[in-house]
Design a binder for this molecule. Structure first.
Ligand SMILES: *Cc1c(COP(=O)(O)O)cnc(C)c1O
Length: 393
């Protein structure tokens, strides 16, 4: 038996909420629409192997999307069958692993077509690929005006099989007009070539934010969802499909009060003395800091829930501790739970709120939780949504 050593800071991962969100998201999509679950970056910090095993066990998703090969290997270990789409460009030398583990790389260039085709030929197999079109992200994909020759080259590659065509939206959370332009550019590329619009080909553009304006009538038949499945809305002013989805946060972050002390008015708190106490103050030292993923930037801005009350962080975040003002909480005790984001009774700090205090985005908050933060999994909290039916196609 190994001893379970206590941890100072832990994240609770509510797998029931994850299931709820995926079912709810699928419920606002047409019934035939494929759900590509984005589990890159350790499933947005939620723990890739637990999340992928859970998704596989409950048969919740159609495909997985990861950034690279090492993540794909973990997913393959959890789900032997489902297609795994590699979103990022594959490095030279990694082609044979794609073939051995039946992974689906993204193709953006003629060079990749050649490399993947050669590797598949060596193994005497066919390798599935998704072709990516750059419609305004400026990252992966072939620029939309120049896509034709790449499609032709791919059609001639005897050991590659085109299973999907996709693009990525750069501003779906902030600029619906540009998103519409991107969709138009993408569909123009496809429309020029009716043979690409064949049965069974996955056509996808939408990330979480795109979902709000997802248009199945245009021919999209798959979505790639990351943030929203973890229960965080990609933006606040959803007015379309996302508005109806009551997402439940999957991850919450907690530590505990490790020390209580009184400090006199005029004392300056933490590194750099950026906070001067205006009154005699009861200070709680809470056992989490930037070594756990609490951004430095939320010092003097964020609050922490203790006993269901918001208690402001005093001064800079340090590596292992933050100091919070608990002067208004006479009943506070050492060992009390301190919540950086998540619920305590009726009180809640959302990840979005925490990310705004931290001058960053919810995606980065989740990806910043470090190894030191123990992930504790809960499975039971939510019933699947029952009031939603897939939208008829
Ligand atoms: C990360 C990623 C997604 C998921 O984005 P969310 O905003 O988290 O839903 C989708 N597509 C691609 C290409 C990505 O890199």
């Amino acid at each position: 038996m190994t001893t379970e050593w206590p941890v100072r800071c832990h994240a609770e991962i509510d797998l029931g909420a994850l299931e709820y969100n995926i079912r709810a998201l699928r419920g606002v999509l047409p019934s035939g629409c494929r759900y590509i679950s984005v589990v890159k970056a350790d499933a947005y910090g939620h723990g890739l192997s637990r999340v992928a095993s859970f998704l596989a066990e409950r048969d919740l998703v159609d495909l997985y999307a990861v950034a690279g090969l090492s993540e794909a290997a973990v997913v393959r270990g959890c789900d032997a069958r489902a297609p795994i789409l590699i979103l990022s460009a594959v490095f030279p030398g990694e082609e044979d692993l794609l073939v051995t583990h039946n992974l689906t790389p993204t193709v953006s260039s003629a060079g990749e077509v050649e490399r993947f085709d050669r590797a598949a030929a060596r193994a005497g197999r066919k390798l599935p690929v998704h072709l990516k079109v750059d419609t305004g992200m400026g990252r992966l994909g072939i620029w939309h005006e120049w896509a034709d020759p790449l499609f032709r080259k791919l059609a001639e590659a005897r050991h590659l099989e085109l299973r999907g065509v996709y693009t990525h939206l750069s501003s779906a959370d902030s600029d619906p007009e540009f998103t519409a332009i991107q969709r138009r550019r993408f569909l123009d590329v496809l429309g020029d070539r009716p043979e690409w619009n064949r049965e069974g080909l996955l056509v996808h553009a939408d990330n979480s934010a795109g979902l709000d304006t997802f248009a199945p009538e245009a021919g999209f038949n798959a979505v790639r969802i990351g943030l929203a499945q973890y229960g965080v809305p990609p933006f606040e002013s959803a007015s379309g499909r996302l508005r109806e989805v009551g997402l439940r946060p999957v991850c919450s972050l907690h530590s505990r009060v490790s020390l209580l002390k009184e400090l006199p008015a005029g004392t300056e708190v933490s590194y750099g003395r950026t906070c001067r106490l205006e009154r005699p103050t009861r200070v709680a030292v809470v056992g989490a800091g930037y070594g756990d993923g609490i951004p430095l930037a939320c010092g003097n801005r964020a609050s922490v829930l203790v006993r269901e009350r918001r208690c402001p962080i005093l001064g800079r975040v340090t590596m292992d501790e933050v100091m919070v003002d608990v002067s208004d909480l006479p009943e506070v005790a050492c060992g009390d739970r301190a919540t950086f984001f998540g619920r305590q009774g009726a009180a809640e700090i959302t990840i979005r709120e925490f990310s705004a205090w931290s001058r960053t985005i919810p995606w980065e908050v989740l990806c910043s939780l470090t190894n030191r933060v123990k992930r504790v999994y809960l499975t039971s909290s939510c019933k699947p949504p029952s009031d939603r039916r897939p939208v008829p196609e």
